[in-house]
Write a protein that binds this ligand. Structure first.
Ligand code: NAD
Length: 456
């Protein structure tokens, strides 16, 4: 996209926004209804595109991309009327009989930049929040999921108001051209390196941003945990979408006393879920591209662990990385240096809960933290921080719309989902109303004679 067309596009959306069209609550509800319908009417085509881009298993694609996005759009549509109402603010005695209120106003023209791993969900849910708040929206799908990007762009043109919602396909050059423009908010989901590029570009226009980034999210399994549950829930978070989930379990810390049992149970989970040859399983996905498959293979080749308990196979041409469990992993292994973002699970042992806590605190704040314990839950939560957390479960923090979804520190800033998304894409405007009959207070009128003498 040339710079001039990016400029024209934003100017066109700004004209729509300034016309007041997108502020109308019925327009917002219509758009959200259409977005939900777009997803449900085109399930088959979306599933095919997700399979082409990521080898996404049908159920995972349906649940994680399509149903979850439609549910968010429906939730926002039903609630936005209440959220959009002005709320009154309490007045201190000194200001009475004035009244004050807070108006939720749309920010204006906003930009949503999405990644490839949940290429529908991570585009549709921020879009839904931006629409609920009454904005005009530019959406930039990820070029690394090209089939999905092309499909959602075509469908958006058919289902959504083209004067207010525009999808822009393309790569770095196109995103760069968009980032030159002045937006009123940018929500970016992806890696931290690009997150910094987005934040710098936004800063030139003083544009507020929400950065949804990643990190090394640990699971901590204590000696008193329910190991069957822990193994099953870690397996879900590590191997669905072949580990390419921002809130996936990156690695596991397990108490020495229950290490072997947990590892056995994890290996059993792999077989129960994907059979003896996961490559043949219709329920196990592929890595997004050969570059990422080779990157994960490189992390395995770099060593820093004792044993491959399960998996270990990488076929770059097939974009296949087997569900893999590694034990005896050293904290300084290459695998522990960056977000794995693949189906490889390093397992590290600990003797005292203070060890994983210290490790979490020595690194960047993770997007998620999972603790399986009876007695040390509060200690872990109190002595660490993360974007979100689950106790005796994994990934569930993402689903209830009552919970804000977002990172902290290097895993990002700002949040969305449910009302939090509406708030993110709204400006809270403070309005103070003085009745016209009211006499002007002395402290607002120079030369302030009546109040000056009170100053020492
Ligand atoms: P990606 O490569 O698809 O990039 C995301 C977007 O950034 C794309 O639209 C792309 O066009 C754009 N982009 C890439 N390079 C750019 C550049 N130089 N300048 C401007 N724009 C550019 O996705 P990714 O970053 O590989 O996604 C994986 C990462 O995202 C992981 O770290 C993961 O943890 C994180 N993630 C976070 C969340 C969350 O909600 N917090 C969700 C999913 C993924």
């Amino acid at each position: 996209m040339a710079l001039t067309s990016a400029e024209q596009l934003v100017r066109r959306l700004r004209t729509t926004f300034e016309s007041g069209r997108t502020r109308d609550l019925d327009w917002r509800r219509d758009q959200l209804r259409s977005l939900s319908r777009m997803l449900r009417d085109n399930e088959g085509a979306l599933l095919a595109a997700l399979a082409e881009d990521l080898g996404k298993p049908r159920f995972e694609a349906w649940a994680g991309d399509i149903a979850a996005s439609a549910a968010e759009a429906d939730h926002l549509r039903k609630r936005l009327g209440g959220w959009a109402k002005d709320s009154s603010a309490r007045m201190p005695m000194a200001f009475l009989p004035a009244r004050a209120s807070i108006r939720h106003e749309p920010r204006g023209v906003v930009l949503v930049i999405a990644p490839w791993n949940y290429p529908v969900y991570l585009l549709a849910t921020p879009l839904a929040a931006a629409l609920a708040a009454g904005n005009a929206v530019v959406c930039k799908p990820s070029e690394l999921a090209p089939a999905t990007s092309a499909l959602v762009t075509r469908l958006a043109g058919e289902y959504l108001d083209p004067s207010a919602v525009v999808f822009v396909e393309g790569g770095v050059e196109d995103t760069t051209a968009l980032l030159e423009q002045r937006f009123d908010h940018i929500l970016y989901t992806g890696n931290g390196t690009v997150g910094r590029i987005v934040a710098e570009a936004a800063a030139r226009h003083l544009t507020p941003t929400t950065l949804e980034l990643g990190g090394k999210s640990p699971a901590i399994v204590d000696r008193d945990a329910n190991l069957k549950q822990a193994a099953s829930r870690v397996a879900f978070a590590k191997w669905s979408n072949a580990g390419q989930t921002c809130i996936a379990v990156d690695h596991v810390w397990v108490h020495h006393d229950v290490h072997d049992e947990l590892v056995d149970r994890l290996a059993t989970e792999v077989r129960a879920r994907y059979g003896d040859d996961p490559r043949q399983s219709p329920d196990f996905g592929r890595i997004v591209n050969e570059r990422h498959a080779a990157r994960i293979g490189g992390l395995l080749d770099a060593g820093g662990y004792d044993e491959v308990v399960a998996g270990g196979t990488v076929d770059v041409a097939d974009r296949y990385v087997a569900p893999t469990i590694l034990t005896g992993v050293k904290p300084d292994a290459a695998l522990m240096g960056e977000e794995i973002f693949g189906p490889v699970l390093p397992v590290l042992g600990f003797g005292d809960i203070s060890e994983p806590i210290a490790h979490v605190n020595a690194g960047e704040h993770p997007l998620a933290l999972y603790v399986f314990s009876r007695h040390n839950v509060d200690r872990v939560l109190e002595q660490t921080t993360s974007g979100g957390a689950c106790v005796n479960d994994t990934m569930m923090q993402v689903f209830p719309p009552s919970l804000p979804f977002g990172g902290v520190g290097a895993s990002g800033y700002g949040a969305y989902h449910g009302k939090w998304g509406f708030e993110t894409f709204s400006h809270r405007r403070a309005v103070f109303r003085r009745p016209s009959f009211f006499v002007e207070p002395a402290l607002a009128k120079a030369p302030y004679t009546a109040v000056k003498e009170r100053i020492a």
